[in-house]
Design a protein around this ligand. Structure first.
Ligand code: ADP
Ligand code: MG
Length: 503
């Protein structure tokens, strides 16, 4: 055993602040279930519990060819998804960067015309037969009657901005995020805007479903999951964190009020007795009644663009984990008794350059945590290399590397155990472990859950500590990565919309 050093001792002390013991997990689960119920009863609750109007999830036998588009941030993706009906699919896709001048413009038409043009190009390239037989004749005026139903492609639209959804293919933009700013679109139905642009080009495409990325993850996993079990939850642990799940329609008591207010323009299929709900769990416990709150969490929140908001996300998602670590490491480097990395740059000369990422907000990417967590070497060579690459610090001592590793472990483990609170609460509140085949199937997506080593093991350890799940129930929670959620998931949204239309 190596003798302890002040820097490792301090790292252990701080790591203990990130402990999130079983009793706290269980307190979290109870509060999460309470907030879920409140969100089902009324609008404006802490958990928004947004109805998706998707009233059925696939079981893998679905067939057909559907289009999907994804407007997320930097790119616009168009794809066609061929569902083979045996839980497998093939996908063709194209991706184009959205020109900056269309993200910030006075005219909504410019952006949506661009999107429709990309859809047309996709049809030309990937569906040439269909394009020449139907579309060109129409565009050149050789055919004037409308498309026959069987010639029309149903399209699922993944739109990763906040929307007020009021139908499976109706949703008004609440506000732009991620650098977009087209004031005209706020308050308008984004599906309608896309449809208008598609119609202006006479394309045989119907915007059939508006699909949140969590709903897409749920749909994609449900189609691909083994056997005929349908998925219960779709969850994202990437830049942000959020989840969607299958709820019993009768429990969504706020639906009655929503239905009566929007009677005229919205109908949906009530025969399945279910509806997919987008929890918007990033804002769980914004009032901090149960969430852990270290001085580093306080510091991060105070310096964020939205203090007091998305408090759960700020402890769990990829956007923030690296930044929590950076704030801890910075404090330790400034602590005279610890002097991580040799202490602050200055008079006594040391290893932290003034322009190190350690001093820059977002200076540590969350992938840093995955690299360090994965380093099991004696000399922590990969950790050392990562510290050099990311923070420009030459030759950190072995104790410095050990300290970093202790903290990476603590921050990642807490994030996973908090994630177990959200997932566990949904599993328990749906009663799925005690119904049907007793399997709760969860589709996950996002770099944190996919790449942070041991994330799933931490989740499972926490599940076992929740009495309503326990050792036995944990084995019946099935977790799988949902690949291509925004393509396959949106296509499946379009399929469900088609199947339930007019029912
Ligand atoms: P998006 O959320 O845009 O769909 P991702 O799921 O890839 O994209 O998540 C991106 C987030 O994950 C970023 O915050 C990034 O810092 C973090 N990240 C990227 N790579 C890794 C990794 N290897 N391990 C953990 N986090 C990662
Ligand atoms: Mg994603």
């Amino acid at each position: 055993m190596s003798s302890s050093s002040p820097v490792v001792d301090e790292a252990n002390r701080i790591a203990a602040l990130f402990d999130y013991p079983a009793a706290e997990v269980n307190r979290g689960v109870k509060e999460f279930i309470r907030e879920m119920n409140e969100g089902l009863e009324k609008e404006g609750a802490t958990l928004s519990q947004i109805p998706s109007y998707v009233t059925a999830v696939p079981n893998g036998t679905e067939k057909g060819i559907y289009l999907a588009v994804d407007l997320g941030g930097t790119n616009f993706r168009v794809c066609s998804v061929h569902l083979h009906g045996d839980s497998t699919f093939s996908i063709s896709q194209s991706k184009v960067a959205i020109p900056r001048e269309l993200m910030v413009t006075a005219h909504a038409k410019e952006l949506f015309a661009f999107l429709a043009l990309q859809i047309e190009r996709f049809l030309q390239t990937h569906m040439a037969d269909h394009f020449t037989s139907h579309v060109e004749k129409r565009q050149t005026g050789h055919v004037t009657e409308p498309y026959a139903e069987e010639q029309i492609f149903d399209l699922g639209f993944t739109f990763s901005f906040p929307v007020n959804q009021h139908g499976i293919n109706k949703g008004t933009l609440i506000r732009w995020t991620k650098g977009f700013d087209i004031a005209e679109v706020v308050g308008q139905d984004v599906c309608g805007l896309l449809q208008e642009a598609i119609d202006a080009r006479s394309l045989p495409v119907r915007v059939a479903a508006l699909v949140n990325d969590t709903v897409g993850t749920l749909m994609a996993r449900s189609y691909c999951s083994p056997g005929s079990t349908r998925a219960l939850i779709g969850a994202i642990f990437g830049t942000g964190t959020n989840g969607a799940y299958v709820e019993k329609l009768a429990r969504v008591t706020k639906m009655a009020k929503i239905d009566s207010e929007r009677e005229s323009d919205t109908s949906y299929d009530k025969s399945t007795g279910e509806m997919v709900i987008n929890v918007e769990w990033g804002s769980f416990d914004n009032s901090l009644t149960v969430l852990p709150n270290t001085p580093y969490d306080v510091d991060l929140d105070e310096h964020s663009v939205n203090p007091g908001i998305q408090m759960f996300e700020k402890r769990v998602s990829g956007m923030f984990l690296g930044e929590i670590l950076r704030r801890v490491l910075l404090a330790m480097s400034r602590d005279e008794g610890v002097k991580l990395f040799g202490g602050e740059s200055g008079a006594n000369g040391n290893g932290i350059p003034a322009d190190s990422g350690l001093y820059v907000r977002w200076g540590i990417d969350t992938s840093f945590l995955s690299t360090v967590k994965a380093d099991h070497s004696e000399d922590l060579g990969a950790t050392k290399a990562q510290i050099k690459r990311e923070l420009d610090i030459d030759n950190p001592s072995l104790d410095d590397c050990r300290a970093v590793k202790v903290l990476v472990h603590a921050i990642g483990k807490r994030a996973a155990r908090l994630s177990a609170v959200a997932l566990g609460a949904v599993v328990i509140s749906t009663g799925r472990l005690n119904e049907g085949d007793g399997i709760a199937d969860v589709g996950v997506d996002g770099s944190v859950v996919e790449h942070y080593p041991g994330f799933e093991d931490y989740l499972r350890a926490a599940f076992r500590e929740i009495p309503e799940i326990g050792e036995e129930g944990e084995k019946r929670i099935r977790i799988g990565v949902a690949k291509d959620g925004s393509g396959v998931g949106a296509a499946l949204g379009a399929l469900v919309a088609r199947e339930t239309r007019g029912r």
